[in-house]
Ligand binder design. Structure first.
Ligand SMILES: C[S@@+](CC[C@H](N)C(=O)[O-])C[C@H]1O[C@@H](n2cnc3c(N)ncnc32)[C@H](O)[C@@H]1O
Length: 215
């Protein structure tokens, strides 16, 4: 199992500790954010749902619990980091949950093969070009009418949010976060063909949850 070559910031190094550190970074809001993602996806038992940049697969696993594999339901998590996918497979693989090493900008799936797509805290790991490519690929593999739900860093709405996001931008020397702070995501989503996204809710002053769909 090899990590895919991508300009995205893959997180092999964080795979062993990710499930301990992520709840800390989200200051106790992880459950609420994930619940909102599940609600917005309007999951039906037979749905095929793609999680892009799935990390260790927590969101895909939560989705899979609402699916029925016998009715065709399947949550597919993809991540370019092989160690993330190894951890996801070890912890979460089930009849209705599957994980693949794959890059968001090059999805190896048929056109219109998913009922909905979710992505959490992935887009601040990739630059503008890959953000665009990943959204175009998402549009291609989503069925018409299918939902796109994204939780990620966005323009800060309060002092804590501004401090957290600028701290992360500079401590990790990560210009991709700077793009999110500048608020590029909704425009890119719409430019890729999706319906103008709704900013459903913000958390902690730096996380936004967007919901859109393919016309
Ligand atoms: C912060 S983690 C988010 C994990 C998970 N979605 C969550 O909500 O906790 C970002 C993930 O994006 C992955 N990644 C970075 N570049 C990628 C790319 N081009 N394609 C797919 N995954 C990528 C990293 O390996 C990492 O696991």
């Amino acid at each position: 199992m090899k990590t895919i070559q991508t300009w995205g910031r893959t997180l092999d190094i964080a795979a062993p500790v990710y499930d301990f550190t992520e709840p800390l970074v989200l200051f106790g809001k992880q459950k609420q954010i994930n619940q909102l993602l599940l609600d917005l996806l309007e999951i039906k038992p037979g749905h095929r749902i793609l999680d892009i940049g799935c990390g260790t697969g927590l969101v895909a696993e939560l989705i899979s619990k609402k699916l029925d594999a016998d009715a065709g339901g399947m949550a597919v998590g993809i991540d370019a980091a092989s160690k993330m996918i190894a951890a996801a497979r070890k912890k979460r693989q089930s009849k209705s949950c599957n994980f693949e090493i794959m890059a968001g900008e090059n999805l190896l799936f048929e056109d219109k093969s998913f009922d909905s797509i979710v992505s959490s805290f992935f887009f601040h790991h990739i630059d503008l070009d890959l953000k665009t490519k990943t959204l175009e690929e998402s549009f291609r593999v989503l069925k018409p009418g299918g939902r796109l739900v994204i939780a990620d860093m966005h323009t800060p709405t309060n002092l804590l949010g501004a401090m957290t996001s600028y701290f992360a931008r500079w401590i990790f020397i990560q210009p991709e976060i700077g793009e999110n702070i500048r608020g590029v995501l909704p425009g890119l989503i719409e430019k890729s063909g999706f319906v103008k996204p709704e900013l459903v809710k913000t958390f902690l002053g730096y996380v936004a949850v967007f919901s859109s769909r393919k016309p």
